[in-house]
Design a protein around this ligand. Structure first.
Ligand SMILES: C[S@@+](CC[C@H](N)C(=O)[O-])C[C@H]1O[C@@H](n2cnc3c(N)ncnc32)[C@H](O)[C@@H]1O
Length: 255
């Protein structure tokens, strides 16, 4: 499971910021900045190319970002070295969320943008949450955040066109997707086609991943069973409960 996740993100690391990053239609970054503002030490699990870590690092003292994909971390490192993004309080570590080995303790730990869905076995989620407990300072919080499963997230099997986007440099990126239900798990295939300004197909990337959608109730239960006390919940990164919301977030602290 984990090696295929890492391989997928390895393949799309250079296009992630024009791909999944642009699919987030809500202000999750503003939400994380608000939650973390003024904290001393923060851990982002699955930090990717730093879409959230970089703005969050500007409102906390120190941020550690871990990710299973080295190419994703390289993209983030490249940004940190550029004058625009320069910041010296981020430490990056290639590490699997399922086997975190860190000595530090944190005020806040988050695993955002539905990345928890890559832990396709509830036992993996349970072990992951238990492994966070010794990493939290007294009063420290954990936040999980994932899409809310809907009927349409189930099996469609057929290839659908997700989008065609103009990318920096003037070319286009087209993405197609198919989702096949395998019991509780969704097998997601994506095909990326990168076109030059002249419309020539220059690159094709095929990825395959397995995710397990978890309901808001599942996420809350996982945290409670691991010994955390729920502190707050949000829908589409806002406090107000929303019928048909796309994303659910839950914050918890050690009991
Ligand atoms: C949807 S992306 C989110 C990236 C970033 N947090 C953001 O919001 O833009 C998921 C990230 O989680 C990472 N990831 C997935 N499974 C992981 C695991 N088991 N351990 C560490 N990182 C993981 C992927 O490599 C990828 O960078």
């Amino acid at each position: 499971m984990n090696s295929s996740v890492s391989k997928n993100y390895d393949l799309i690391a250079s296009i992630f910021d024009h791909d999944m990053a642009l699919n987030m239609r809500y202000d999750d970054i503003g939400f994380y900045v608000d939650r973390i503002n003024g904290k001393v030490s923060v851990l982002e699990v699955g930090c990717g190319t730093g879409r959230i870590s970089i703005p969050v690092s500007r409102v906390c003292d120190h941020l550690v970002g871990i990710d299973i994909s080295l190419p994703m971390l390289f993209e983030l490192k490249r940004k940190l070295e550029s004058a625009a993004e320069k910041t010296s309080n981020i430490q990056l570590i290639a590490m699997n969320a399922c086997s975190i080995a860190l000595q530090k303790k944190f005020d806040y730990i988050f695993f955002g943008f539905s990345s928890i869905n890559y832990l396709t076995q509830p036992a993996q989620v349970a072990n992951f949450l238990l492994s966070l407990k010794p990493l939290l300072k007294d009063g420290g919080c954990v936040l999980l955040d994932a899409f809310v499963p809907k009927v349409a997230n189930g099996s469609t099997d057929a290839w659908m066109e997700d989008y065609i986007r103009v990318i920096p440099g003037g070319g286009k990126l087209k993405r197609l997707k198919s989702i096949t239900a395998e019991g509780e798990i969704s097998f997601v295939r994506r095909r990326y086609e990168r076109y030059s300004v002249d419309g020539n197909l220059e690159q094709v990337i095929n990825t395959e991943s397995r995710i397990r959608p978890y309901s808001p109730e599942d996420l809350c239960r996982f945290l409670q069973e691991a010994g955390f006390e729920l502190q707050g919940t949000w829908w589409n990164y806002e406090v107000r409960a929303r019928e048909g919301a796309d994303f659910f977030s839950v914050e918890a602290r050690l009991e």
